[in-house]
Design a protein around this ligand. Structure first.
Ligand code: SF4
Length: 622
């Protein structure tokens, strides 16, 4: 399909887009920000049109851009206001509507619908939405039907709950109307701030399109309210990257609480991997035991602290070091206190270190396991918490094993029925899997399929090796490669071997951040912050940084920081607390979806938020 002069879908490259954050009524500001985004590599630019006056001003913005020689297609972002959409559709190349709030105002009501009252609702939507479809058709304007997990209509919530199925049905209600009117210039999206929900919803959408005989419409991928910094990048990569690995996605937007230009290189880095990728073939799957639409962890037996219902374990790679001292462990979350002669263990302290042939000669923290190459382990085997790393070949040869825990290293090509059978009957074995295929995620998933189809309950540590990457690239690539497996309930541990990709701390924290983003191991506070747009009522970047500084020690709590009260509360998803702009210099504070304090002056709002967290008994002093 064409969006202005930039085609999308089919064999066209994955298109990069972003959204302006400036007030749409600020014509020059919007033009200049759009140009900065285009220069950074943005191929479509979305601009919010909350009411008819902003929709009208899109014409001025477009005119000025064209006058300056920029032909970038513009997309009007619409919530709640059909009249703004109908005007914008005559001006710009694409409109985005949110089916959760195009024809509905959210009242958070649970309503019991009979078949006929539900049908009446659908008829009402049809009446409200049809004029826009006709205008788009007449003007050659494309449309995105963009579902958001956090802003499903009361109708959908009442019938389906806030589930991936509800998200899909929300889009299909609108899509059926478009198809009836023979309008097909449509892109679909299923965004959520939780990558797990987002991935399941997109996959389910594709399945439903196929089942119901719809066209395979292009998909716009994004994780909403991903936040900022490395957390935002990792969360986005887990969501977007997993779907790109699945072969889904025609255009992407990485939503960061940063300047929109900063989103573009991240999106480019994610998309570029697929333009250059060659990959080797992977054996066909005849029986698929993994659940793509719901989280079910692969059952495994427990070996020491790996497998079963335990959180995935983190293994650091120190095998390239010739000397390891107490200070080397600081980067891995362990701090040695000399006066107390004790180790302090941080929330992001790794569980094991792979040392290769480098022997440790000091007393290690009691929670840390040490893994040595098998010949070196033979010299250390009497020591506590020392375990061998054994190749699949040596394991099959029958080398001496630890009576407690053995890490068996293998690739898909080595996963013979004999190896799987031996692992199945070995209560001390943990399989550490690797891949040399460019399609690494798919190959490793194939190995899990093999284990599952043989009812092999061996715990699995997922390993990947990287070399010569900038730390930011490492975060994006690793989050993609591991994220999709953990999201599918696969993996009992994570092992990142990274040569020349940043310091040990970066690599260790990347592993923990991936587990946090996949919600398989929570080690810190989670922030859900909107990327900001023309509606934003305060400086989101500065405020997010301020809140983060005061609360980043509150492990397991989710705090949403949203720029406006129109969309913010709906899109806070499953946050425990919300900090939402409700007027110039005014903040409304939420506990879950309930308003606790309205219109607090911004200067006091962070203290008030902390007060609420304290009242709930969720505060900890540092
Ligand atoms: S929540 Fe944030 S990004 Fe969404 S409309 Fe409001 S200010 Fe814009």
């Amino acid at each position: 399909m064409n969006i202005g002069n930039v085609p999308m879908g089919g064999d066209h490259p994955i298109r990069i887009q972003s959204m302006t954050t400036i007030d749409t009524m600020d014509t020059l500001g919007s033009v200049e920000q759009t140009i900065r985004m285009v220069e950074a590599g943005c191929e479509y630019v979305r601009i919010t049109a909350p009411s008819i006056k902003e929709a009208q001003n899109l014409e001025e913005i477009k005119k000025e851009l064209r006058r300056r020689g920029y032909t970038v297609p513009l997309i009007a972002d619409i919530h709640f206001t059909p009249n703004a959409a109908e005007l914008a559709a005559r001006i710009v190349e694409k409109v985005r509507v949110n089916p959760g709030n195009y024809a509905d105002k959210k009242r958070f009501e649970q309503i019991d619908y009979s078949e006929s009252t539900y049908q009446e609702e659908l008829d009402r939507i049809r009446k409200k939405f049809t004029p826009l479809v006709r205008i788009c058709k007449d003007h050659g304007t494309a449309m995105r039907i963009g579902t958001n997990h956090g802003s499903l209509s009361d109708r959908i919530m009442s019938r389906y709950g806030d589930t991936p199925l509800g998200m899909v049905e929300s889009a299909l209600e609108f899509l059926r109307i478009c198809e009836d009117l023979h309008y097909h210039d449509i892109v679909l999206s299923m965004k959520a701030s939780n990558p797990q929900v987002m991935i399941q919803a997109y996959r389910l959408l594709v399945q439903k399109l196929d089942e119901e005989g719809f066209q395979p419409y292009p998909l716009h991928l994004g994780v909403t309210e991903a936040g900022d910094g490395e957390d935002g990048r990792i969360k986005s990569s887990v969501g977007i990257g997993t779907l790109l690995e699945d072969g889904l996605g025609d255009t992407i937007r990485v939503s960061l609480t940063e300047e929109p230009e900063a989103e573009v290189p991240v999106a480019n880095a994610l998309a570029e991997r697929y333009t250059l990728r060659k990959g080797s073939p992977i054996p066909e799957i005849t029986q698929y035991p993994i659940h793509p639409f719901e989280y079910i962890r692969r059952p495994t037996h427990v070996v020491v602290n790996l497998g079963g219902h335990q959180v995935p374990r983190v293994i650091a790679d120190f095998s390239a070091k010739t000397k390891v001292t107490e200070a080397s462990l600081f980067a891995l979350g362990y701090h040695y206190s000399v006066p107390l002669d004790k180790w302090n263990i941080g929330d992001m302290a790794c569980d094991y270190i792979f040392l290769g042939d480098t022997v440790i000669d000091f007393s290690c923290p009691g929670t840390l396991g040490l893994i040595y190459n098998h010949p070196t382990w033979l010299t250390q085997k009497e020591k506590e918490r020392a375990y061998p790393f054994i190749t699949a070949k040596d394991y099959m040869k029958g080398v001496e094993l630890s009576p407690v825990l053995n890490f068996i290293y293998g690739l898909l090509s080595e996963a013979t029925p004999e190896l799987i059978n031996k692992l199945k009957n070995d209560p001390t074995a943990v399989l550490l899997i690797d891949t040399h295929n460019d399609h690494g995620l798919a190959e490793q998933r194939r190995l899990f399929v093999e284990l599952m189809n043989h009812d092999c309950l061996v715990p699995v540590v997922i390993g990947r090796a990287y070399r010569d990457l900038a730390p930011e690239q490492l975060q994006l690539y690793a989050a993609t490669d591991f994220g999709g497996l953990f999201i599918d309930g696969l993996g009992d541990g994570i092992f990142i071997a990274a040569e020349n990709c940043g310091g040990d701390k970066v690599v260790n924290e990347t592993a923990f951040n991936i587990l946090q983003a996949t919600r398989t191991r929570i080690s810190k506070t989670e922030y859900i912050s909107c990327p900001s747009c023309g509606r934003t009522l305060f400086d989101l970047q500065e405020t997010t940084a301020k809140i983060r500084t005061r609360t980043n020690h509150l492990k397991g709590i989710k705090i949403a920081i949203m720029g406006c009260i129109v969309n913010g509360p709906g899109e806070m998803a499953d946050a425990d607390y919300g900090y939402v702009g409700s007027g110039p210099g005014r903040i409304t504070l939420y506990r879950g979806k309930e308003v606790v304090k309205r219109n607090v002056p911004a200067a006091k709002a962070v203290d008030e938020l902390i007060g609420i967290i304290k009242e709930d008994g969720n505060w900890m002093e540092i």
